[in-house]
Structures are given as structure tokens and as C-alpha cells.
Design a binder for this molecule. Structure first.
Ligand code: SF4
Length: 434
């Protein structure tokens, strides 16, 4: 089968820009479409192409489809790109009508809110980790033998989706089939990330056992934490020989401490010799500083930490199961190591002037090199969405970029965005120092 996998273009819209002329905080998602490379890795006996519309212009979509003539088109998306996914699917179905390929939606938004894609121009929806289930689907389509696949739904806009939940296991990672990095090699020089530089992506683990209310990660594995084998992850790091920096794109690279220790030792012994950036929870740094130190010997140069808040009440509301004191202790340890800290913070819609000032002071006091502030966004399918549903004012998902307030705000919107933009300006000076 010929399978075309598509990464949609940046589609996010910006209220600060559209309504207040503030251009400094538009969110742009960059980086290689690793999820598609992973899916392609398990389609080893099919003819697969990846089209990255974050790099290539959207105008080449139909030219590419007409030239490649896929039997199947798979499109991924995060929430703010969900409508871009639908636009692409609709364009392909409309332009090719009777000869149109089968269109499959997957990715984060499909996993969190599959009903959103139960529309005419999409044929199937793959939820969660799809490396194994997408292959099962393709093979069933090829053999024209309809099967019920857990985690995969056939669309039918006239009724509710019939989706059998999938219990995800190590088998779903198809560990022995590496991502098809070669399929995006022509784009590689463009995969440069702000504050990090040119990086290759490696996924070593999927999912998370925590349940922060705003987070869409647990939906990808239904709350389990699955790690690739150490050998497979090290092989992937080595395959990326044109980059010196590896971004582990796991939501939590240190979710299993004995494994993380073994993994670091293996990286050192295998002489991977790359710089590594990875996500870690603050409580992991505090409770297991030795694992961070070992990873530093293995090449870790920067950590991404979701501090989220400087107020325990809000951390509890997020179900973060951590505290401001833990965040400060983690920062103290990281300062000693010299690791670069990329710190995520969430600005809640009830922020007032004092809250903005307090956050700015906290970041200054703790000298966080790369603070990344985002606006609390209730992503459909998350516990936060269910909690905030009644307060949502904007339902157009193109605004769900984490830099727009889609709910009521305590401050007037103009003042809220001005203070948010001021924080950004201040943080940009942090970035230029780094
Ligand atoms: S924010 Fe991090 S720790 Fe919380 S559920 Fe998501 S991945 Fe897990």
C-alpha cells in the first residue's frame, strides 16, 4: 500500500495579535514530526512518504497527493491543528472525489477528543499510541477484511463513534522497528528549536502515571508509562548522526528511576556522545538527584520542568501532586549542577496584577534561564476541560495554542494580554542571555 503521512501546517491563531496588535507571543510549533516517523517505522513493507507542511507550503498538498497517489493518507494533529487536519482531509476528498484515498486521523487531538473527527471526510480515527494499531488497520484495509481494532474507530457521522478502548502495553511500541528518520532527512536542517538549537528527536517513553488536570499525555496510553528498550533508544540516538543534540520528547524521561539509572549508564558505556535535553518532574530532581547527576555524565545539558505555578493552591487545583517548596528545592539542585533549566509556567485566567508580578519576581529570584509561560487551556478530553467547560468563551480550537485565554479572565482581556506580553518581553531578554 502507498501511505502518505502528513504533518499539518501551523494553524494557531493569536488573540493578542488579532485584537491588540501584540505580535510577540504567537505560538509556533517546530520540530520533526516524530510521531509520523514512528508510525512509518512499522509500515516496513509498505511504500511510505512523509509530507511536513510545517516546512513545505500547503500549496504543494494536492501536487504531492497527485504525484504519490496514496491508498491511505494519515494526518496527525495537536488540538490547535485539529481544523487544519480537517481542512486537509476535506481538500483531498473534494479534489479526488471517487478516487480519493482513505483518510485516517491520529495524534494528540484524536486521542483526547476522537468524536471531533467523526466527520464525512475522515474514514478512520486512530487513538493513543498507534504504531501497532495503524499497521493492523492498513493491513486489514489491504486485505479488504474489516476487523474491529481496539483503539481504532470507523467514522460514521450519523451516530456516535464505536471505539473499543485499548489497554496499551510494551507490544504497542513495536520496539524492534525504529522510526523512519530517513523520511524527513530532506527537512532536517529546518528542525531548529528556540533556545535549544538544531536537535533530533528521540522518544524513549510514552505516557505518564500522573494525572495533572490540564495534561493530554495520560490519554495517549490510558495512564500507563511505557518505555522502549534501552538498546532501541540508544540505537535511535546514534542513527541521528547529523545532529549533536538529542531532544528526548517523552513527557517524562525519568518516570521509572531504576530504568533511568540503567539507561544513563548504558548511554555512557555506548559512547553516544550527544548533548541531551529531557523532561523531568521537579519532585524527581528532589527525590533522586543522583539520577540527574548520572544523566549529566551521559550528556544531559538541559531539563524541561513543568513548575506550572508559584502557588500551592493552584498546583493542587492542577492535581500536580507537587509543591512550590519542591520546585524551589529542584531549582537549587539544578543550579548546583549547572544544567540549563527550561521552566514551564501556567498563567491562569484568574491571574491579577499581583500574580503576574509575583511570577516575574519568582523567575528573577531563581534565575530560570528559559522560562516558558503559557495560558491555562482546557484541552477537550482532559479533566480540566470537564471542570472549566462552563467558563469557555472560545470554542474555535485554532486558539488552543496555550497563548490565548479561551475562558473568562479576572482582569480585562486587554490588561491580561498586556501583562502577559510584558512577561514575554522580559523572558526574551533571558533567552538572549542563554
Ligand atoms: S504534566 Fe507531566 S507529570 Fe503531569 S500528567 Fe502531564 S506528563 Fe505527567
Amino acid at each position: 500500500m502507498k501511505v502518505l503521512l502528513i504533518n499539518p501546517p501551523n494553524h494557531g491563531r493569536s488573540i493578542p495579535e488579532e485584537e491588540y496588535g501584540i505580535t510577540s507571543i504567537k505560538a509556533i510549533f517546530k520540530g520533526e514530526p516524530l510521531a509520523l516517523e514512528v508510525i512509518a517505522g512499522n509500515l516496513y513493507d509498505h511504500d511510505v512518504m512523509i509530507l511536513d507542511l510545517k516546512v513545505d507550503p500547503l500549496s504543494i498538498l494536492m501536487e504531492t497527493v497527485n504525484r504519490f497517489q496514496p491508498d491511505i493518507v494519515g494526518i496527525t494533529s495537536v488540538t490547535c491543528e485539529a481544523d487544519a487536519l480537517i481542512d486537509i482531509a476535506t481538500t483531498i476528498k473534494r479534489e479526488l472525489s471517487g478516487d480519493a484515498p482513505i483518510v485516517v486521523a491520529g495524534g494528540h487531538h484524536a486521542s483526547c477528543d476522537p468524536d471531533y473527527f467523526n466527520i464525512e471526510s475522515i474514514d478512520y480515527i486512530v487513538c493513543g499510541v498507534g504504531k501497532a494499531s495503524f499497521r493492523t488497520l492498513i493491513n486489514a484495509i489491504e486485505k479488504q477484511c474489516p476487523v474491529s481494532i481496539p483503539g481504532v474507530a470507523k467514522t460514521d457521522p450519523s451516530t456516535r463513534l464505536d471505539l473499543t478502548p485499548r489497554k496499551y502495553t510494551f507490544e504497542d511500541l513495536v520496539d524492534h522497528r525504529p522510526p523512519r528518520y530517513d523520511l524527513v532527512e530532506r527537512y532536517r536542517d529546518t528542525y531548529v528549536m528556540g533556545g535549544i538549537g538544531k536537535a533530533g528527536f528521540v522518544v524513549t517513553a510514552y505516557g505518564c502515571v500522573h494525572a495533572c488536570s490540564f495534561c493530554s499525555i495520560p490519554a495517549i496510553t490510558q495512564g500507563s508509562y511505557l518505555t522502549h528498550s534501552i538498546a532501541a533508544s540508544i540505537a535511535n540516538m546514534k542513527t541521528l548522526d547529523s545532529v549533536s543534540l538529542i531532544r528526548c520528547v517523552d513527557a517524562n524521561t525519568f518516570g521509572n528511576i531504576p530504568f533511568a539509572n540503567k539507561f544513563a549508564r548504558a548511554i555512557i558505556e555506548s559512547k553516544v556522545n550527544k548533548k541531551i535535553v529531557a523532561d523531568v518532574r521537579a519532585d524527581t530532581v528532589v527525590n533522586h538527584p543522583e539520577v540527574i547527576d548520572l544523566w549529566q555524565q551521559a550528556g544531559l545539558v538541559a531539563v524541561v520542568i513543568g513548575f506550572e505555578e508559584i502557588d500551592d493552591r493552584r498546583l493542587a487545583f492542577f492535581n500536580k501532586k507537587s509543591s512550590v517548596q519542591t520546585n524551589i528545592k529542584a531549582l537549587d539542585h539544578l543550579k548546583k549542577t549547572g544544567l540549563k533549566v527550561i521552566g514551564d509556567f501556567i498563567i491562569s485566567p484568574d491571574y491579577d496584577r499581583r500574580d503576574f508580578k509575583a511570577l516575574e519576581t519568582f523567575i528573577d529570584t531563581h534565575d530560570i534561564e528559559l522560562p516558558v509561560p503559557s495560558i491555562l487551556t482546557p484541552i477537550p478530553g482532559t479533566p480540566l476541560y470537564r471542570h472549566m467547560k462552563d467558563k469557555i468563551e472560545i470554542t474555535d480550537l485554532s486558539y488552543y495554542t496555550f497563548s490565548n485565554a479561551v475562558t473568562e479572565t479576572t482582569l480585562g482581556k486587554a490588561e491580561f494580554y498586556t501583562l502577559y506580553a510584558d512577561l514575554f518581553k522580559k523572558f526574551h531578554s533571558h533567552i538572549s542571555k542563554s
